[in-house]
Design a protein around this ligand. Structure first.
Ligand code: NOJ
Length: 553
C-alpha cells in the first residue's frame, strides 16, 4: 500500500452552529472556531471537518446551499474563513469542508432560474418531469418524509428532491452542471482546503426512467433509496469527479456512502478509489427501524461488537474506513452504545479506547472528547431538526401516543448531537452570551471542557492520550486487526499486528467483573493506557466493570 499523507491523521468534526458563538447572536461562528484552534490542537487533531458554512436558508442546517462561493452571514465572512485557514495552517492542521453536491437549496440562483423558465437551460440542472395521470412521476418517499416530487408551479411538471422539498436534486447527467460543480470544488481547493467530506454522494446517480417500487409504508410510497440501490453507473460519475478535482490536489476525501455493496469497496477506497476513505456507519445502522425511529431496535452488545469486527475484517483487505462513534446526524455515542450503568467517565473512556484504536481514520465529533451525552427533550417543540419533526409525525401516524413518539425522538434525534458544545458549567455552557439557537444540555454543570482541562484524569485528557498513542505507534495506523474472544458475553478485545509488534486492546462492557486470560506473549509487555489502575497483566485476570487497557509489545 502506498503511504498517503492522511493515513496517520486524526480528524475532528465541528458543527459550526453549535460550536462557539463569539458575537452573542446565539449561533456559533468562525470567530468562535478560530478562538478554539489551540484547544483542538491540544487534543492532538490534524484535520478539522467543518459541517456546511456556505450561504444557506438553513432549512436543513446548511445542507441546503444557496451559494457555493459564499460564507453564511450567520457564521462570518470570507475574510474570516481565510483567517481560519491560515491559523489552522500555522498550527499544522488541515481544514476540510462539507461538499453538498447531490442537491442545492431552492434559493440557489440555478433553481430560481429553472422555476422562472421550466423549459429552459437551468431546468436541466435539476430533474423536472411530467406527472403520471395527475400524480407525481413515481412513488418515492424522500428521506425526510413525503413524496420526492414537488410540483413546479404553473406547469404539469414536478421536480425531484431526495431530502426536503427545499433541497432540489442536481442533475448529474448534465455535463455543464458537472463542470460548474468541478470548478467550484477546485476553487476551494485552490484556496488551500485540504479536502472534503462528501455529503449523500450515493444519491447522485438516478434511474432516469424513475420506475415505481412496491410500497413499503402506510403512505403507499416506497423509500427513494430503493431506486438508488437498483441503479448502476455511479462509478463513472465519481471517477469523473475525482479526476477533475481531488486527484490534482492530493485532497483528502471522506464520503458519506450509505448502502454500499461490499464488493464495491475496492472501487471506492482501494488504492485508486474514488475517495480516500468512507465512513463506517455499520454500527449506527443497527438502529435503523423498519418504518422509522419509532420501531428502531435496541443495540445489543454482541451484535454491536460483531458488526464492528466484521467491518474491520472486510475493510482491511482494501483500504481504510473512517471510524466514528457519533456525528451531527446521530445521537451521542455514550447514550447509544453504552448501557446506562456505564454512562460515566470510565465507561466513556472505554468506548473511546475501543473506537480510536481500531484500524481506520478516527473522526471525533465535537464534545465527544469530553463525553457529551443526549439531552432530555420534554416536548416535540424543543426540537429544531426537520428530520426529527418528520419522525415524530410518522410515529404518531403509526398510532403511537405523544409520550412514546417523543421517546423515539429523544432516543434517535439528530438534535442530540447539535446541542451546543459544553465549554464550561455556567448556565449557557460558555457557548454564548445571547439566546442559544437550540437548548443547552443542563448536564453542562457536570460535563464541560473547562473542568476537564484542569483534571488530568478527565475524559479529555484520556482522549488526548489515545490520540497521541496513535501518532507514536505505526501499529495503530497500519497494524492488521484480529478479533479475540468473539463469543464472550462481556469483553470486547482485539489485537493489532505489525511485523513483530503486537497491540492488545481489552474492554469489559458489562456491569459485572469479567475474566480474561492475557495471552502468554504479552507477559512483561507495556501497558500503554488504562482507565483504571491495574498494574499486573499476567495469566487469568479479572476485569472490573467497564475496565479498559491496552498492552503493547
Ligand atoms: C447527510 C447530512 O449529514 C445530513 O445532515 C443532511 O441532512 C443530509 N445529508 C442532506 O444533505
Amino acid at each position: 500500500m502506498t503511504e498517503k499523507w492522511w493515513h496517520d491523521k486524526i480528524a475532528y468534526q465541528i458543527y459550526p452552529k453549535s460550536f462557539l458563538d463569539s458575537n452573542g447572536d446565539g449561533i456559533g461562528d468562525l470567530r468562535g472556531i478560530i478562538s478554539k484552534l489551540d484547544y483542538i490542537k491540544a487534543l492532538g487533531i490534524d484535520i478539522i471537518w467543518l459541517s456546511p458554512i456556505y450561504k444557506s436558508p438553513f432549512v436543513d442546517q446548511g445542507y441546503d446551499i444557496s451559494d457555493y462561493y459564499a460564507i453564511a452571514e450567520e457564521f462570518g465572512t470570507m475574510e474570516e474563513f481565510d483567517e481560519l485557514l491560515a491559523e489552522a495552517k500555522k498550527r499544522n492542521m488541515h481544514i476540510i469542508m462539507d461538499l453538498v453536491i447531490n442537491h442545492c437549496s431552492d434559493q440557489h440562483e440555478w433553481f430560481r432560474k429553472a422555476l422562472a423558465d421550466p423549459d429552459g437551460e437551468y431546468a436541466d440542472y435539476f430533474y423536472f418531469r411530467e406527472g403520471k395521470n395527475g400524480n407525481p412521476p413515481s412513488n418515492y418517499r424522500s428521506y425526510f418524509g413525503g413524496s420526492c416530487w414537488e410540483p413546479v408551479p404553473g406547469t404539469d411538471k414536478y421536480y425531484l428532491h431526495m431530502f426536503a422539498k427545499e433541497q432540489p436534486d442536481l442533475n448529474w447527467e448534465n455535463p455543464i452542471l458537472r463542470q460548474k460543480l468541478f470548478d467550484m470544488v477546485n476553487w476551494w481547493l485552490e484556496k488551500g482546503l485540504a479536502g472534503f467530506r462528501i455529503d449523500a454522494i450515493m444519491n447522485i446517480k438516478k434511474d432516469l426512467d424513475f420506475p415505481d417500487f412496491g410500497p413499503d409504508g402506510p403512505d403507499g410510497l416506497s423509500g427513494c433509496w430503493r431506486m438508488i440501490e437498483s441503479v448502476d453507473g455511479i462509478g463513472e460519475l465519481l471517477d469523473d469527479l475525482k479526476k477533475n478535482t481531488f486527484e490534482k490536489y492530493e485532497a483528502f476525501t471522506v464520503a458519506e456512502a450509505f448502502n454500499l455493496n461490499k464488493s464495491e469497496l475496492n472501487k471506492f477506497i482501494g488504492e485508486n478509489g474514488y475517495f480516500s476513505t468512507i465512513f463506517d456507519f455499520s454500527a449506527q445502522c443497527l438502529s435503523d427501524g423498519k418504518h422509522g425511529w419509532y420501531d428502531s431496535p435496541d443495540i445489543t452488545f454482541k451484535k454491536w461488537r460483531e458488526t464492528i469486527i466484521n467491518s474491520q475484517l472486510d475493510v482491511q483487505k482494501v483500504g481504510f474506513e473512517a471510524n466514528i462513534i457519533e456525528n451531527h446526524d446521530e445521537p451521542r455515542g455514550v447514550s447509544r452504545f453504552l448501557p446506562e450503568y456505564a454512562r460515566n467517565a470510565d465507561g466513556t473512556k472505554m468506548l473511546g479506547t475501543i473506537s480510536v484504536l481500531l484500524r481506520g481514520i478516527p473522526f471525533i465529533y465535537q464534545g465527544q472528547e469530553i463525553g457529551m451525552q443526549n439531552a432530555i427533550w420534554k416536548s416535540v417543540d424543543e426540537f429544531n431538526d426537520i428530520n426529527t419533526i418528520d419522525q415524530y409525525y410518522i410515529a404518531r401516524k403509526a398510532g403511537l401516543n405523544n409520550k412514546d413518539a417523543l421517546a423515539a425522538c429523544c432516543k434517535m434525534s439528530r438534535d442530540n448531537a447539535r446541542t451546543p458544545m459544553q465549554w464550561d458549567g455556567s448556565e449557557k455552557a460558555g457557548f454564548t452570551d445571547g439566546e442559544p439557537w437550540i437548548k443547552i444540555n443542563p448536564n453542562c454543570k457536570e460535563i464541560n471542557a473547562a473542568s476537564q482541562l484542569d483534571d488530568l484524569d478527565s475524559i479529555f485528557h484520556y482522549y488526548q492520550k489515545l490520540i497521541a498513542l496513535r501518532k507514536e505507534k505505526d501499529i495503530i495506523v497500519y497494524g492488521e486487526f484480529e478479533p479475540l474472544c468473539r463469543e464472550d458475553d462481556q469483553i470486547f478485545a482485539y489485537m493489532r499486528k505489525l511485523d513483530e509488534e503486537r497491540l492488545l486492546t481489552v474492554c469489559n462492557f458489562s456491569e459485572q467483573s469479567a475474566e480474561f486470560e492475557v495471552p502468554a506473549e504479552f507477559e512483561g509487555s507495556q501497558c500503554l493506557i488504562t482507565n483504571l489502575d491495574r498494574k499486573v497483566f499476567k495469566g487469568k485476570i479479572v476485569l472490573k466493570p467497564y475496565e479498559a487497557f491496552v498492552l503493547y509489545k
